[in-house]
Design a protein around this ligand. Structure first.
Ligand SMILES: Nc1ncnc2c1ncn2[C@@H]1O[C@H](COP(=O)(O)OP(=O)(O)OP(=O)(O)O)[C@@H](O)[C@H]1O
Ligand SMILES: [Mg+2]
Length: 346
């Protein structure tokens, strides 16, 4: 295991913080800490990097505990949200600084800096100063600087959040490429679920200082472990259902009761797993009325009022919505759902 976090706990004087954090990351993995503002992502990352002293727990890198070591002695390197470049130094000197401290030869430094600039697609930018660069370019320099320290684990705390959407997208792809080229182990913090889904080998979903689920992106999307994860990741419908023995009943629809739940349940359904028909048909369906049709580029979001059961949203191909309009009677069927105990609601 490249990085292990064991029973980490850190509570600030206010009582906020994190508890019971257990994480194992393999060499070459890119793992994302995902969760809303204040859930404790930075607290975990700074504890790994040595910028924060946890109350209890241990952190092991390549099998060795690093908990007693200051940041500069740990085999980690951190990229911050604000780029933290030295404005009075050229890009080259910003990058060379850490290597000079490590007493590398001039020739070694020069070739390493050139390689790093090439990796972040900034070859030839060495003589420029940070103020002469765009936000995205500055963040790439900051990334290159961290890569040059050759860490066992690279820590990134919302490194792209100050960039506009298009640039953020590009930087994501570049980071993924760099990771594939270098095989570096990375822990990436974000509150952006799309960023996490697109970038990660595995995602750690956090809520209120605790871990809710650790899994591959597809798994997090298809099988959210809790109602919280179901509501945080992607678009989701929530309906009331009743579980009894083998089936879960939502109106006239019966679906398998895979978790053997009992009594009142909350049923989560992805909009792409909702089908609409004009007639009731052979399959059991729910009768409703169209509430709204919204065209969103190549697809449409159709909201259907199911009366007592609530409201459900469906994604349809744009060319299928021509005959749909507000107030029209419609029948809804559901191809896949995940049920949660009612008491889990928050
Ligand atoms: N130095 C501190 N003293 C007291 N409370 C703190 C301190 N740093 C963070 N907190 C609190 O601890 C909790 C977790 O903070 P943390 O910075 O880890 O969250 P985060 O998930 O990184 O949030 P964001 O997405 O906003 O960066 C928050 O409630 C925050 O207010
Ligand atoms: Mg943070």
């Amino acid at each position: 295991m490249q990085l292990s976090v064991r029973a980490l706990s850190k509570r600030y004087k206010t009582g906020d913080g994190v508890s019971g954090i257990n994480i194992d990351i393999q060499k070459g993995e890119l793992v994302t800490l995902l969760g809303p503002s204040g859930c404790g992502k930075t607290t975990v990352l700074r504890s790994i990097g040595g910028f924060l002293e946890p109350d209890s727990g241990d952190i092991l890198i390549e099998g060795q505990s690093v908990i007693q070591l200051p940041p500069e002695k740990r085999p980690t390197s951190m990229v911050f949200q604000s780029y933290n470049l030295w404005s009075h130094m050229s890009v080259y000197d910003n990058l060379a600084f850490g290597l000079k401290i490590r007493k590398k030869s001039k020739a070694e430094i020069q070739s390493a800096v050139e390689d790093a600039l090439k990796l972040v697609r900034l070859s030839g930018f060495g003589k420029k100063y940070p103020a002469e660069l765009s936000g995205g370019q500055q963040q790439r320099v900051a990334l290159a600087r961290s890569l040059l320290l050759n860490p066992a684990v690279l820590l990134l705390d919302e490194p792209f959040s100050a960039l506009d959407a298009k640039l953020r997208h590009e930087m994501r792809e570049e980071l993924r490429e760099i990771q594939m080229k270098t095989g570096l182990t990375m822990v990436f913090v974000t509150h952006d679920q799309e960023e996490a889904l697109s970038l990660s080998d595995r995602i750690i979903v956090m809520n209120h200082g605790r871990i809710e689920q650790i899994a591959e992106p597809q798994r997090i999307y298809d099988e959210p472990a809790s109602l919280y994860v179901a509501s945080f990741i992607g678009k989701m419908n929530f309906l009331r259902g009743v579980a009894a023995q083998e089936s879960i009943q939502i109106g006239d629809i019966h679906l398998p009761n895979e978790k053997n739940l009992d009594g009142q349940v909350i049923v989560a359904v992805r909009p792409e797993d909702v089908q609409l028909q004009f007639i009731a048909g052979d399959h059991p369906s729910l009768a409703g009325k169209i509430k709204q049709v919204m065209i969103l580029g190549h697809y449409a979001e159709v909201t259907v009022d199911l009366g007592q059961l609530g409201v459900i949203r469906a994604f349809l191909n744009k060319d299928r919505v021509e005959q749909l309009h507000t107030g029209k009677d419609i029948y809804v069927s559901i191809s896949k759902m995940i049920a949660y105990p009612h008491e889990e609601s928050y």
